[in-house]
Design a protein. Structure first.
Length: 79
């Protein structure tokens, strides 16, 4: 059964943001995302060990399918 739109959608009016506001939001979001990636080798090893313990094994992919993602910005030693 199809429903018809009744035209009662509420749209919140937003004031336009300045370039400085948008830049600040971008910087805050970027810092928050990069903070999540602040993993050291010990933390990664523990995460892998915990995963193997809970799932039983890890599937290794051929190197042809493993690509470094620029979004993670890992040091060259981890690639």
């Amino acid at each position: 059964m199809r429903k018809k739109l009744d035209g009662t959608a509420v749209v919140e009016a937003r004031s336009p943001r300045t370039e400085e506001d948008l830049l600040l939001l971008h910087i805050v979001q970027k810092d928050r995302c990069l903070a999540r990636l602040g993993l050291n080798a010990d933390t990664v090893a523990k995460m892998v060990d915990d995963f193997v313990a809970s799932h039983g094994s890890v599937t290794l992919c051929p190197a042809a399918y493993a690509l470094a993602s620029p979004q993670y910005r890992l040091p060259e030693t981890h690639r």
